[in-house]
Design a protein around this ligand. Sequence first.
Ligand SMILES: Nc1ncnc2c1ncn2[C@@H]1O[C@H](COP(=O)(O)OP(=O)(O)OP(=O)(O)O)[C@@H](O)[C@H]1O
Length: 246
Amino acid sequence: MRNVNVLYGETQAIHSVSLDIGCNEVVAMIGPSGCGKSTFLRCLNRMNDTIEGCRVEGELSLDGEPIYGPKVDVVPLRARVGMVFQKPNPFPKSIYENVAYGPKIHGIASRRAELDEIVENSLHRAGLWNEVKDRLNKPGTGLSGGQQQRLCIARAIAVSPEVILMDEPCSALDPIATARIEELIDELKENYTIAIVTHSMQQAARVSQRTAYFHLGHLVEVNDTETVFTNPEHELTEAYITGRFG
Ligand SMILES: Nc1ncnc2c1ncn2[C@@H]1O[C@H](COP(=O)(O)OP(=O)(O)OP(=O)(O)O)[C@@H](O)[C@H]1O
């Protein structure tokens, strides 16, 4: 991302942010409420396109290819850059269909056997297979909150993304379900690049290799996570991590 600006109407929410995210890296985005973390995250798979009056400027590319521009089809882009939201949002369909839906519409699998394999693999990777293998035809909405969030992760994985965006994925979960998702992030980073917005500095410290600190729409500092939390470069970062504001 280079010199990214985001405007909601006349109001600028992101000011000239440049950030590189490397392959198989977990990058955490932290900062006080309203600093623009979610807005910036949504630029990465063009989810801001769905918000009326929202305008994104600057250069954003994935594997060297621009992700904005008239020729870019957002449907395959959003398969390559999947998203997991704050509140688990399974479709009102069976557990199986939740995971199979993406591969079907993207034409990744047509035969039932292929689809079965993708569903099983994705649920395994999301750490949910053992809990649901005997109830695949039951509604996804009947799972616990933590299981639903893992189902949403399985759904994102099912279309073989390169990047997974997570917008406060644990904020609706209890500490045990949160720990399970954090373990999962650790496992997923072997195969995927992950950008996660979190309000929890402990979570950022536990799961990420690099942390980006945002303040009033500006990217103040980005560094390896240990440095950000033990020896931040900027006084605004220090004030935030020591609890002086935010
Ligand atoms: N749909 C929208 N329309 C207008 N302004 C918006 C919209 N969404 C966000 N904003 C504004 O953009 C700024 C950044 O919001 P954003 O939600 O990205 O911040 P955040 O850091 O993710 O906040 P939080 O931690 O509270 O979720 C805020 O001033 C917010 O009011």
